[in-house]
Ligand binder design. Structure first.
Ligand code: GCU
Length: 683
């Protein structure tokens, strides 16, 4: 396996041979006790043994007995009192404790899980300690995930393509076949489990003809095998379904959620699925969105639509993940009141309390569509009586498409820490996602995957950090971006030498660098339409799929205020509403999202909008150029495979940044007629 393929689950031997001798007494013995009926237990043992062997070359003696989810590494007898104490604990199903001995003689480590899943997470935690060559003495670790649902959405199609995929084709499908023979799917499950992911939807939310058939005899046997593969790593499988499936599969002439025939059809479908896949997770649904079918066709609303599916799944414990990405994709530039940003809240908020308790509304982090900078969606947390989960996009659709480095954990952290003030100060997004603020029955976070069948999974080797970081943040939103970046860099590039530190720095700068050379001050959308990479300032401005910035010779930005604009700010709780409504209080980074201002408007930074645009675009390029040089210094410290891949992509990023700088600067220079205060070259 290539180094890129191993990702952060490194199989590399420690260079420090003295350390290997020191840990030999500890890592030479593994005594596990698990429930033999739980495949997850077997996976935990296998991961531990393989991990120890990879890092140290030691082949431990393994004994497995049947009992509570527990593993003792090293001197089992010495661990007895710790084990007895831990046995009295009641841990949550996915929680775990790791304890180790103090002295050097007869060392031991005890890993104790709330279930086999908890034990698997404990094993991966311990392997992270081995991977970063951390101290193994005196450990006293207790962890439970903050979010109950930590999910991945694959946007994979059965023809083998991936919607918004930037790293090759699908690892799941090719030419309408499920690629069950491939070890990649299993290795993907391992990667996901190692960062605590516990659910996955395995097909694109846009469910086309062939994928509609995933819930039929034609494919269910294969889907069951997929579910089993993921189930071994504690990951529950979901399918995206086509709302019009009863019609498209040729059975009925309607998909009306209030039609009894339709209800019966879905009930039968659910029992058919659960007969084959007893732990099936449920359905992910994109309805009435971007031309997908949905309940609107029948004059029904989203609660009618979601509840009908929820009722069909309820008996089996299944969930409906209902997406709120619902908006009118044909806007009219003449109508300055019309605002796509308002749509999700306007559609869903009035329905609070009408959804079944096995429905979860899946809400994109921003009100638009995964732009570099957006405010947090005002719908998030605004429905006290309706389960919600937040959707992030790990795939870098608008953030460099895995050619440019953009460490999205920085962006997600800001969203997670945002205080909605919906129930007074401290009503942060992370407390809503975790179900603390409104005591939701189900909630969590989901991320659109960034992997494909490229050998290194993500195309850009540094894009692996986004997948890793998503899982870690979903597990514990209190981790900092620094902690996550540094952990990933050490695991991926060894903790010795300068590489991990340099990569960590680069990752932590990258979100602000990417933002600086692209669309300014929260305005977004200045990308090539449909394709979404590279600059095209007016691409969407003049497209029928209108998403506007309204730049002209007088000014730029979208007026979303209550007083003179679309009224979008009214969707926030008072503190945030006032902040965004007021041009004086609105944070600089979002000023053009909320306001239309002249180019001479002075920001809090003291700069005018136009000067800010020039400065950030020049600086963005300079910072990428600096990365290129810093990376060259590491030439002899990184394996040539990854060194070259990263060097090549940094070169692409430099070109992309220059392209953005030149097009943006000349565009705004010519619109505004105001020259750069520093007299730099503008085309
Ligand atoms: C974006 C993306 C689409 C995707 C959609 C969605 O608009 O460009 O490809 O289908 O989001 O989230 O459903």
């Amino acid at each position: 396996k290539s180094r890129g393929y191993q990702a952060w689950l490194t199989e590399e031997r420690w260079k420090n041979t003295a350390r290997i001798e020191t840990v030999r007494p500890l890592l030479g013995v593994v005594s596990a006790s698990v429930n033999p009926e739980q495949a997850v237990g077997a996976a935990a043992i296998e991961e531990m043994v393989n991990g120890i062997t990879s890092f140290t070359g030691i082949h431990p003696d393994v004994t497995v007995t049947s009992g509570p989810a527990l593993m003792v590494i090293g001197a089992k007898e010495k661990a007895e009192s710790v084990v007895q104490e831990l046995n009295m604990y009641t841990l949550k199903e996915e929680g775990y404790v790791i304890r180790s001995s103090r002295g050097q003689s007869s060392p031991f480590v005890v890993l104790f899980g709330g279930s086999e899943k908890g034990l698997l997470y404990a094993v991966f935690h311990f392997l992270r300690l081995l991977g970063t060559e951390a101290e193994l003495e005196n450990l006293n670790i207790a962890q439970t995930p903050r979010n109950a649902l930590r999910m991945i959405n694959q946007w994979d199609n059965m023809d083998g393509s991936v919607e918004r995929g930037y790293s090759g084709g699908s690892i799941f499908y090719r030419e309408n076949r499920v690629l069950l023979e491939s070890s990649r799917i299993r290795d993907y499950a391992r990667l996901l489990a190692s960062v605590g992911i516990n659910a996955i939807a395995v097909n694109n939310v846009n469910v086309h003809h062939e994928e509609t058939r995933l819930i039929t005899d034609a494919y269910l046997p294969d889907v069951a095998k997929l579910a089993d593969l993921f189930g071994r790593y504690g990951i529950r499988l979901f399918l995206s379904v086509n709302y019009a499936a009863p019609m498209e599969l040729g059975d009925l002439s309607t998909a009306d959620p209030l039609d009894e025939g339709v209800q019966q059809w879905w009930r039968d479908k659910a029992s058919e699925i659960y007969r084959r896949i007893p732990d099936f997770g449920g359905f992910l649904v994109k309805a009435d969105s971007e031309n997908r079918p949905g309940p609107f066709t029948y004059g029904r609303d989203h609660a009618d639509g979601a509840n009908m599916l929820a009722d069909a799944l309820a008996h089996w414990g299944g969930l409906v993940l209902w997406r709120c990405f619902v908006y009118d994709c044909h806007q009219d530039w003449r109508d300055r009141q019309m605002d796509r940003a308002r749509a999700a809240y306007d559609h869903f908020r009035p329905l609070d309390g009408r959804f079944r308790d096995n429905v979860i509304l899946q809400i994109k982090n921003g009100p638009m569509d995964f732009q570099v900078r957006e405010p947090v969606s005002p719908l998030f947390g605004a429905m006290e009586h309706t389960n919600q989960m937040m959707e992030f996009q790990i795939a870098q659709e608008y953030t460099g498409q895995q050619r440019d480095v953009c460490f999205l954990v920085s962006q997600w952290k800001q969203a997670m820490d945002f205080d909605t003030c919906l129930k007074g100060p401290g009503s942060t997004v992370k407390r809503i996602a975790s179900g603390e603020l409104h005591s939701y029955r189900y909630s969590g976070v989901t991320g659109v995957s960034n992997i494909g069948d490229d050998d290194n999974w993500t195309g850009h080797p540094l894009a692996q950090a986004n997948l890793y970081g998503f899982g870690r943040l979903a597990w514990d939103p209190d981790l900092t971006a620094e902690e996550i970046a540094s952990e990933w860099s050490k695991l991926t590039f060894t903790s010795e030498g300068r590489v991990a530190a340099m990569v960590t720095e680069l990752l932590l700068e990258s979100y602000s660098v990417y933002e600086s050379y692209t669309a300014p001050l929260g305005v977004g959308w200045m990308v090539q339409p449909h394709y979404h990479y590279a600059v095209d300032v007016d691409g969407y401005e003049y497209s029928k799929w209108g998403t506007y910035h309204f730049a002209d010779c007088y000014g730029i930005g979208v007026d979303r205020t209550i007083s003179t604009g679309t009224g979008y700010t009214s969707q926030y709780a008072p503190v945030n509403r006032e902040r965004y409504e007021s041009l004086e209080k609105c944070p600089d980074e979002l000023v053009l999202f909320f306001h239309h201002v002249p180019y001479t408007h002075v920001l809090h930074s003291g700069k005018t909008v136009i000067q800010h645009i020039y400065d950030t675009h020049f600086e963005g390029v300079e910072r990428v150029e600096a990365w290129v040089h810093r990376w060259q210094e590491l030439k002899n410290e990184v394996d040539s495979e990854r060194y070259e891949q990263i060097a090549e992509r940094l070169g692409w990023q430099e070109n992309n940044a220059k392209q953005w700088r030149d097009v943006i600067n000349t565009y705004f220079y010519r619109k505004s007629g105001i020259s750069d205060a520093r007299g730099r070259r503008i085309y």
